[in-house]
Design a protein around this ligand. Structure first.
Ligand code: COA
Length: 258
């Protein structure tokens, strides 16, 4: 249980609200677990026809909690990361997923959008996947899905250089359905979710399955996860996490690829 994810079910819509605004909705293990519980419940409960993700405060999410990454990297936290469970649940979801995104959507905050079926951005939205900045590798099958959606060179600049994509850019690349003023974001996403609840659920789930290569996605996720876990233990990653905690730029110059 965590107070940092609010789960509400009403009128066929499960709303998962990230509620850790003071940390820009950085995702702790407990938050991944709560979101995974939500997705698993949605798959089981026929009364839940759509899942809607949103975040409190000025950021959708700053991605994985870097203090958690650091604890995993140093061996201080040996628990299995719930991030992988959440990512797998996204890959396996048959319910329509809708997202309302304002401000920063970092790391999994962006890669999860590749598994959402309708995405609404506030004009403040900034999508970022700085995996290489953190000496990690892309996850959530984004190493395939992002280049497939926006092209290799744009995806590479996002992964390798941490180059952000603003709301207009994301819309132009086909990563979102609409960009709306922040004040209208939640209403617009909810309206779309409500429209989906009125559609035939069986037809929706078959349509989603036909549009996605679920086996391919699962296989790519497991390749990425193996490398990701390995990368977390490297000197490069330790330097990246220490630099964030110390509010300085990382120095990778003395570390070699090995
Ligand atoms: N993990 C843990 N804490 C985080 C965090 C994260 N991913 N992102 C932000 N925070 C914390 C900050 O440490 C700060 O905490 P403090 O107030 O106790 O010092 C608070 O949230 C506010 O963040 P701040 O950096 O001051 O906000 P900002 O508006 O200047 O910048 C971001 C926002 C998201 C651009 C910036 O916080 C950032 O780059 N975060 C890291 C993103 C990241 O690399 N995520 C992992 C992706 S795989």
């Amino acid at each position: 249980m965590t107070e940092h994810v609010k789960t509400e079910v009403a009128a066929g819509i499960m709303t998962l609200t990230l509620a850790r605004a003071d940390k820009k909705n950085a995702l702790s293990n407990a938050m991944y677990s709560a979101m995974s519980d939500g997705l698993e419940r949605a798959e089981q409960d026929p009364a839940i026809r759509v899942v809607l993700f949103q975040g409190d405060g000025d950021s959708f999410t700053s991605g994985n909690d870097l203090a958690d990454f650091s604890a995993q990297a140093s061996g201080k936290d040996a628990r299995e990361s719930q991030a992988f469970r959440f990512i797998n649940n996204l890959g396996n979801a048959t319910r329509p997923l809708v997202a309302a995104v304002q401000g920063n959507a970092v790391g999994v905050g962006t890669t999860m959008l590749l598994h959402c079926d309708l995405v609404f951005l506030a004009d403040s939205a900034r999508l970022m996947t700085p995996f290489v900045n953190l000496a990690l590798v892309p996850e959530a099958a984004s190493s395939w899905l992002l280049p497939a959606r926006i092209g290799h060179v744009r995806a590479y600049a996002m992964f390798a250089l941490g180059q952000p994509l603003d709301a207009a850019g994301a819309l132009a690349c086909g990563l979102a359905n609409a960009v709306v003023p922040a004040a209208e974001l939640r209403a617009r996403a909810r309206e779309a979710a409500e429209a989906l609840t009125k559609q035939p659920a069986g037809s929706l789930s078959h349509t989603k399955a036909l549009m996605r290569d679920m086996e391919g996605i699962a296989a790519q996720m497991s390749r990425e996860s193996a490398l990701f876990r390995e990368r977390l233990q490297t000197a490069e990653a330790r330097e990246a996490f220490a630099a964030f905690a110390e509010r300085r730029k990382p120095d990778f110059s003395k570390l070699t690829a090995g």
